[in-house]
Ligand binder design. Sequence first.
Ligand SMILES: O=P(O)(O)OC[C@H]1O[C@H](OP(=O)(O)OP(=O)(O)O)[C@H](O)[C@@H]1O
Ligand SMILES: O=C(O)c1cc(=O)[nH]c(=O)[nH]1
Length: 187
Amino acid sequence: MANPSTDEAAKIELARLVTELCVVRGKVTLSSGKEADYYVDLRRATLHHAAAPLIGRLLRRLTADWDYVAVGGLTLGADPVATAMLHSAAADGMVLDAFVVRKAVKEHGMQRRIEGMEVAGQRVLAVEDTSTTGGSVLTAVEALGEAGATVVGVATVVDRGTGAKEAIEKEGLPYRYLLDLDDLGLA
Ligand SMILES: O=P(O)(O)OC[C@H]1O[C@H](OP(=O)(O)OP(=O)(O)O)[C@H](O)[C@@H]1O
Ligand SMILES: O=C(O)c1cc(=O)[nH]c(=O)[nH]1
């Protein structure tokens, strides 16, 4: 399916691409330090010519009822997700800016923690490629709050069903995702 025209067709095509490109079975240590039996290497999709445009379009649709002017999250996983959304919006003649939250403040140059647009006073969406514990995206949320942004919600491409939803909602933020373990044949 080269050009899925409906959201449902696009989601099915994205699930197929993520399953084919990203799912790696075998023992792996995760970002949180936990062990798992599989890894979903989402960068292989967020940097893929066919998957990235689907991600941009579907995440915009998924969050269409949320009011935000910019999108981003903790580098590196969130970066191509945010730019996919920016380009999807631009292709539709709409304005959506992006930002990158560094893991630590840059020591030289402008010494910024958040790169790109000035987020102070802005309503922003926090994104992620894969959410396991939600710790990474919540680090970005904390930095955005410190910078004076209002985070309207969190959206991720793949949710592993291992606590991210609960952790993010505990912070009072709505949480949505495109694909879960069922969609990837991992449930
Ligand atoms: O929900 P969490 O438990 O935080 O795990 C998910 C995070 O782990 C991965 O990033 P990683 O920490 O491997 O870093 P990278 O993006 O710099 O590759 C992934 O891109 C998410 O950001
Ligand atoms: O928890 C993680 O570190 C993690 C899990 C996963 O499936 N994919 C990924 O990129 N990170």
